[in-house]
Design a protein around this ligand. Structure first.
Ligand code: ZN
Length: 201
């Protein structure tokens, strides 16, 4: 949804912008969901996903701790990127925390050949927190290399996304979702106003 792995992690909690998330707005409910996010964002290979799922079944406590860590990282990335989407800067304490977490991510990764270059890989990272590291690293890359100016928030729901339009004009997470819902809401509101006006007249 976010068009970037770091924003996709932030977007694992949904719901409306102005109201706190409800229970059904939570998409990261189990370790399996975290692995699924890794596959969807292509930050985790099928091979690593199989290995992690097996290890999670054998160590449910460690899997729970890893999920908790992912939820904490998500809250941190939210506090880094949401102000940016609203046209402000990321708060310094959030960036401090991200630099620490980013350094931990690097310490769990290794450099491997990748398409003629060399890239960070967490393919064989031993712990169950392995899905978290490439997501954290992608957040560091987004704040350091951009395109940070493309980070936007939906005008209706809480989802962040990279706005790829030429003149930064994208308003909704998706036209089929919030774009359509906003149109319906405007229509209903206009009709209600008209009805109130004719009742008053
Ligand atoms: Zn939306």
């Amino acid at each position: 949804m976010g068009g970037h792995p770091a924003l996709d992690l932030v977007d694992t909690v949904g719901g409306m912008r102005e109201t706190p998330p409800r229970e059904e707005d939570e998409f990261l409910r189990s370790y399996e969901d975290l692995v699924a996010l890794g596959l969807k964002t292509e930050t985790l290979s099928e091979r690593a996903a199989r290995r992690l799922r097996r290890a999670a079944r054998e160590n449910p406590d460690e899997a729970r701790v890893a999920l908790e860590a992912a939820l904490e990282a998500r809250a941190l990335l939210d506090s880094v990127f949401r102000p940016v989407a609203d046209g402000a800067a990321s708060p310094a304490p959030a960036l401090d925390e991200l630099s620490r977490l980013g350094a931990t991510a690097i310490s769990h990764g290794c450099l491997v050949p990748h398409g003629g270059h060399v890239a960070w890989s967490w393919e064989d990272a031993p712990g169950l927190d392995a899905p978290l590291w490439p997501l954290v690293h992608s957040a560091v890359e987004l704040v350091t290399s951009g395109p940070l100016e493309r980070v936007s928030c939906c005008g209706r729901c809480r989802w962040l996304f990279l706005d790829a339009t030429k003149n930064h004009s994208r308003r909704w997470c998706s036209m089929e979702g919030c774009g359509t819902d906003a149109k319906i809401e405007r229509y209903v509101a206009r009709r209600r106003e008209r009805r109130a006006a004719s009742a008053a007249g």
